[in-house]
Structure formats: C-alpha cells, structure tokens
Ligand binder design. Structure first.
Ligand code: DX5
Ligand code: ZN
Length: 231
C-alpha cells in the first residue's frame, strides 16, 4: 500500500463541499485516499459541525471514500446510520462508546470499516483486546473539537506501540493520526508508524490542495522508506 492521506473537510468551505471534495481528488492514485469528515455534537466535544444529512449529500457528491470521525456521545445509537448511508470508515470514540465490540460488529455488518479513536490522554493498553474487532485505530494528536491546533508529539508512543502490535500480527488494523499534521510534523508521525494521515488546515489552507496531498504523501514515503511503500 501507499501512505493514506485524508484531508479533513473541517478546514474546507462548508458552503462549497462538493467543490472542496473535488479539490483534493487529484490525479489517479495521487489524490486524497479518504475524505475525513468531523462530526461533532457539542456534547462529547464543545463544538458543533455537521451530521448525517450532510454526510449523505457528500456521498452523492464525491467518489472519495468517506472517513467519518464521530466526536459524539452515544455512538452506539448513531454510528450505524453513517455506515448504512455508505461511509467507508466510521470511527467512534472509545471514551463515548458503551459497547465498542458490539458496535464494531454492527458497523461491519452495515458495510463499513470500523474505527476506534482515542483522545490524547487516553491510554492504549486497556483497549488492545477491543481493537482486535476494529479495522482502524485513530490516535488523536490534539484534543478533539477544533481544527488548526498544535500537534502533540507525546501521542507518538501510542502510535509506536500500535505499530508493533500490527507488525507482530497481534492487531490487524490501519493506524491513523489526526490533529496538527502538516509538513513540519508528518515525518515524526511517519517514523512512528502511521498508515493514514488526516490533515485539515495543511491541505485546505494550501493554494493547491491536491498538490498539498501529494507533497505530504511524498514526505511520508521519504521519512519511512523502510516501510517499503508502493509508489
Ligand atoms: C479535530 C478534528 C480534526 C481536525 C484536524 O477535532 O478531529 O480532524 O479537522 O485539523 P488540523 O489538521 O487543522 O489539525
Ligand atoms: Zn477528525
């Protein structure tokens, strides 16, 4: 595989979401791998963004697989709707989920990949067995709630631990990172073993978002050449 880049539409113009998705589509195999969609409910995080109707509209507007990051309370009740709508990957927070193992099964049964996210202060070890039921682990490198915050390098210890468990076959999942990823921080994340990089401001703040996606991916390939990425 090659490193996945997932632009976050939180940093895009919400009045022009179809155009903003098209702006990162890029050339075949060079553009965004996933489009990251931050769903916030003003309860789990102190911010409110978009919900299922907008995700459904985006699904009609783009072919880029949607990576829905649900920063909401009671995902056990709401997350499956995103999978049923056609989201490619649906990530819930372990701090909010009541029964994350059952929820993963429901997400997969509805046709999506199941993702589990941990906030910067949440340890990884208590959830390792739970993660055996998941397809992605989203390590937050900022406190969830807002784009444009500074990367927290201390979360890379969790990335390294997850990478080891994937490389030794204990876990089978994609390691994803979210928050403060840009040209200054992405190499450290790549070296630590991330597979999928969410980037909001670094992509949509660039003059050419599709080129920014390519440039970030090229940086990852250089910084973690030992992973033997396909070109
Ligand atoms: C934060 C969101 C992130 C955010 C990333 O709560 O989960 O996905 O959009 O934005 P940047 O890349 O600007 O930190
Ligand atoms: Zn996110």
């Amino acid at each position: 595989m090659h490193p996945f880049i997932a632009p976050s539409i939180l940093a895009a113009d919400f009045a022009r979401l179809a155009d903003e998705a098209a702006a990162v589509a890029g050339k075949p195999d060079r553009g965004a791998d996933w489009l990251h969609v931050d769903v916030m409910d003003a309860h789990f995080v102190p911010n409110l963004t978009i919900g299922l109707p907008v995700v459904e509209a985006l699904l009609r507007a783009t072919d880029i697989p949607l990576d829905c990051h649900l920063m909401i309370e009671d995902p056990d009740r709401w997350a499956v709707g995103y999978a049923e709508a056609g989201a490619h990957n649906v990530t819930v927070h372990v701090e909010a989920a009541h029964d994350p193992v059952a929820l993963a099964a429901d997400l997969r049964a509805a046709g999506a990949r199941a993702g589990l996210s941990i906030k910067p202060g949440t340890p990884l070890e208590p959830y390792v067995e739970t993660l055996r039921h998941y397809d992605t682990l989203l390590v937050m490198s900022v406190e969830p709630g807002f784009g444009g915050q500074s990367f927290m390098p201390e979360v890379l210890d969790k990335v390294r631990a997850a990478r080891r468990m994937v490389d030794t076959g204990h876990l089978t999942l994609l390691v994803e990172i979210d928050g403060g990823i840009n040209e200054s921080t992405i190499e450290a994340a790549a070296e630590a073993g991330v597979d999928c990089f969410v980037a909001g401001s670094a992509v949509y703040g660039a003059e050419d978002p599709a080129r920014a996606v390519e440039a970030l991916r090229e940086q990852v390939v250089r910084a973690s050449a030992h992973r033997g990425w396909a070109s």
